[in-house]
Design a protein around this ligand. Sequence first.
Ligand SMILES: Nc1nc2c(ncn2[C@@H]2O[C@H](COP(=O)(O)OP(=O)(O)O)[C@@H](O)[C@H]2O)c(=O)[nH]1
Ligand SMILES: [Mg+2]
Length: 235
Amino acid sequence: MFTIAQRYKFIFIILQYYSNKFFRYICSIEIILFMKIKTAEYIISNSDVKKCPEGNIPEYAFIGRSNVGKSSLINMLTGRTALAKTSATPGKTLLINHFLINKEWYIVDLPGYGYAKRSKESRDKFQKIITGYILHRMQMTNLFVLVDSRHKPQKIDLEFMEWLGENGVPFSIVFTKMDKLGKEAGSKNVREYLKVLHETWEELPPYFMSSSEDGRGRDEILDYIAEINENITNE
Ligand SMILES: Nc1nc2c(ncn2[C@@H]2O[C@H](COP(=O)(O)OP(=O)(O)O)[C@@H](O)[C@H]2O)c(=O)[nH]1
Ligand SMILES: [Mg+2]
């Protein structure tokens, strides 16, 4: 019925079809599992949410107590040593900083909270900026709440997370400075932290353990971002 040449051609077409499919599958795995930071650019700093960049590029915001290691984490994630300024004098800036990554998504560096020496005026301003951004910024796809892995759960962080939950804000936790504790002590602290969260949360938010010193958590956080980005584009 078919000549041998036709049979071979048929088999060849089938093989080509499946190898193409397989190739595309491998490529999509690569996108999801290995996010590479090709470009990281500082774009703008604002104290007014309305002046933040327009458009619908997804944003990943970072927040936590002053000195928790937020700037260091942003530098570690992007592989740029001085993208976000790291400093030993906390609590000074009340700005929303946008960094464009791979021309595809933003890292947003939010002001640190819980800085005791702030004036009432400064605290009110902080409140306005934070609620304005977190509750009304449509582009914010996830908020990373940073907590220092060395400390016991702090009231200010727990209350802040509760407020996020009440307002339906999608967030995850990053335990910072994991290198400062031994392996055992570090994971014990995290376990105890999660136990306290379980007292109020039925379902725990995603969490990551990181260190800006040794790069721990980098792949996990970037993959998490890549996965959300992928879901957004496929929607
Ligand atoms: N050992 C260690 N020190 C860190 C880490 N992250 C931040 N630090 C230090 O903690 C201090 C505050 O960090 P910074 O990134 O400026 O905190 P921010 O105020 O939250 O932006 C700096 O002295 C950093 O060098 C970390 O992962 N490991
Ligand atoms: Mg900082």
